[in-house]
Design a protein. Sequence first.
Length: 218
Amino acid sequence: MSTNARPSVEELEDREPQMVNALRRLLGPAIAAWVVEDFEVEPGWWKTSRLGTCLEAALEYAAKGWHVLPLHTVVAVACTCSKRALCRSAGKHPRIETGEEHEAASVDTSVIRAWWRRWPTSNIGIVTGTRSGLVVVDVDPAKGGLISLEKFTAGGAFPKTPTVVTPSGGFHFYFKHPGGKVPCRVGLLPGIDIRGDGGLVVAPPSRHVRGVYGWPKA
């Protein structure tokens, strides 16, 4: 395997057995145990670009115990940060610049409302890991993510859990944190990233250069 190639499942088991074990607990036979339950999406969010405001959505997520942050957004295909069109993470990074942005994430409605009064067009970031009790499996079909996912699930049916469709045509599968340490991994396998402890995902109905994050039709 070249130094730039993505590892196979077997190679990954040799290199990072703990991470593979955590993934198998999430994506193996007992996967249903980690499904996020009692999650309902407002009818229409799956098909309407801006039904409901990001503030309303952020408050809904906070009510579920998911810690949120205001993110920059995209206006006329440029990020609202100082880098504008040169930003490589347009609409995906926090407006709060303290060096400890993840620690600033909150479920406090007064704090969240104050953020959106200051930055009313903000996108929404949800902090993953133990703080929100979430692990998000980020799947990019264009990079082979669905094939990698099938290997972990042994071709079995994927359980119904909250799933975000990203503007690029990918998916964010939301699962309960299984306990222990689940670190973030970018490119863990072809087309699969893990957003665990210390991670962040962009949540609907946030806007990106390519479109809007959304919950698919139930």
